[in-house]
Design a protein around this ligand. Structure first.
Ligand code: ADP
Ligand code: MG
Length: 476
């Protein structure tokens, strides 16, 4: 028996030992997501309320609801897995904080990410690091706190695991992921110290450069960045194919050298050279030349690499360098280095409807990682505003959900289909979440958990530009 006996608030019955229904008179004891202790003759159980309703008149309302049995509680009050028989009558009470903590401990959830209001009690919300061996989908409308929360998750994974991390960061939000705040925990300060996080950026000022090589890209990717269409650009494409067939790839050096060499050749070659010049590709900042490429940096196995994709002048540059890095990870997949591939604003890279050949290739690669990456230790953590914006073949492979405030009913309905294990009533509350509130469900939590995201240990990066509001001083 648990040390603290909770005051029962309702009575429950279970016909199958897996789910239960409860009723309570003149009180609304629980909300969806609350964890409860059920006590039947000779048995104590742990359950979670999944839906609630009320009936009767204002004067004599009856609250009732449904829930699922999570575990039996052993003699020491700790959760134990195993079959639970049906029970005709049980009392139901909100679980005390010790029970919430025991539940987390029983599945190895140790990473603190905020506060969990699991019923009457609040506990530290803890995640199971092992649960990141699946793909995770983080979603919420703009401003709901996705990027902030993503930072909290990444920090805790850096502190508590040795997982390699590659962060594709479109808005320079994670360029300070390696800089701990003065009020950060000792652990975070120690673990996130010098060199843990490598930050690669377009502008080399102070950071390492974010670069790629044309020569080592797969031929299809080269054709995509050259915007070559096999039919519309028949001659040039054919010239390109023959170059690939003879030398294995196009150009051993830079695209500029390639364009110069083509200028000396036949009509199709000259056209291909002109294409490179007309597209301004020789001026792309992203070419590595004598610097290391991002793929080469990652090949050295830094703990975490942040690729700041902002700051390039051609919108194809960030896509091309992302493709280069994803190709590298995929090519080396059989080395089975556990790697979390984090993509903020993921609809840029795995769009539901890609708008360029390069974006199509990036999307196809992410689809493949989503489908087959798990067996090689390649796991995705994708963040976006709306589930419909990312490719459905990627979304359908995600097993973990982190949901922040989201208004759209259609989007919530889509999430309910993909993440069928999340109580619909918990999803339905999402339009009313405050900034920083996040529902976690899947392998990284013992039960669907509504979290108030805790403070960051490191600095946020490129923040929004504030509106210049005139202060009261200007009025007099
Ligand atoms: N849990 C939180 N605690 C404190 N500030 C937060 C929290 N979540 C978000 N913010 C702040 O709110 C703003 C928007 O958050 P952000 O993570 O950028 O949202 P999103 O990525 O969903 O658009 C940022 O300025 C961020 O610092
Ligand atoms: Mg964001």
């Amino acid at each position: 028996m648990t040390a603290i006996q909770e005051a029962p608030a309702a009575e429950a019955v279970s016909l199958d030992g897996r789910t239960f229904t409860y009723v309570a008179e003149h009180t609304v004891p629980f909300r969806p997501g609350d964890v409860v202790v059920l006590r039947a003759a000779g048995a104590a159980l742990l359950g979670q309320v999944t839906s609630t309703a009320a009936s009767g008149s204002e004067r004599s309302a009856t609250a009732h609801g449904e829930g699922v049995v999570l575990a039996a509680l052993g003699d020491d009050g700790r959760p134990v897995r195993g079959d639970v028989p049906p029970f005709p009558v049980a009392t139901v009470a909100a679980a005390p904080v010790e029970v919430l903590e025991d539940l987390q401990r029983s599945v190895g959830a140790t990473l603190p990410v905020g506060v969990w209001r699991g019923g009457a009690a609040e506990a530290v919300a803890r995640l199971r690091a092992g649960g990141f061996n699946r793909h995770t989908f983080l979603c919420g409308q703009s401003g709901s706190g996705k990027t902030y929360a993503l930072g909290v998750l990444l920090e805790q994974l850096l502190v508590a695991t040795d997982l390699r991390m590659v962060v594709l960061d479109p808005n320079a939000d994670f360029v300070r992921l390696g800089e701990t705040r003065p009020d950060a925990s000792q652990e975070a300060t120690a673990r996130l110290g010098d060199g843990t996080v490598r930050v690669l950026r377009a502008e080399g000022t102070g950071s390492e450069p974010l670069r790629m090589r044309f020569a080592t890209m797969p031929a299809r990717a080269q054709a995509a960045v050259l915007r070559l269409d096999p039919v519309a650009d028949r001659g040039e494409y054919n010239r390109f194919l023959h170059m690939v067939a003879t030398v294995g790839t196009v150009g051993n050096g830079t695209v500029g050298e390639l364009a110069a060499a083509l200028r000396e050749g036949d009509a199709d070659g000259r056209a291909l050279g002109q294409r490179i010049e007309n597209l301004g590709m020789q001026d792309w900042q992203v070419w590595a030349r004598d610097q290391p490429s991002a793929a080469e940096v990652i090949a050295g196995h830094p703990r975490a690499t942040v690729l700041d994709l902002s700051g390039f002048s051609d919108p194809l540059e960030p896509l091309a360098v992302s493709l280069d890095v994803l190709e590298h990870l995929w090519t080396h997949r059989t080395e089975r280095v556990p790697t979390l591939v984090v993509i903020d604003e993921a609809h840029n890279l795995c769009a539901a409807e890609p708008t360029s050949a390069v974006q199509e290739l990036v999307t196809a690669r992410i689809i493949q990682i989503a489908a087959e990456g798990r067996k090689y230790g390649l796991w995705l953590l994708l963040s976006t505003q709306r589930p419909s914006k990312i490719h459905p073949q990627v979304l359908s492979q995600c097993d973990n959900l982190a949901l922040m405030r989201m208004n759209s009913r259609a989007d919530l309905a889509e999430l309910a289909t993909v993440f069928g294990f999340v109580p619909p009533a918990m999803l339905a509350a999402s339009p009313h979440y405050h900034q920083g509130e996040m529902l976690l469900a899947g392998a990284f939590v013992p039960a669907p958990t509504l979290v108030r995201v805790g403070p960051r240990q490191t600095f946020e990066g490129g923040s929004d530009v504030p509106v210049p509001v005139r202060g009261p001083a200007h009025h007099g």
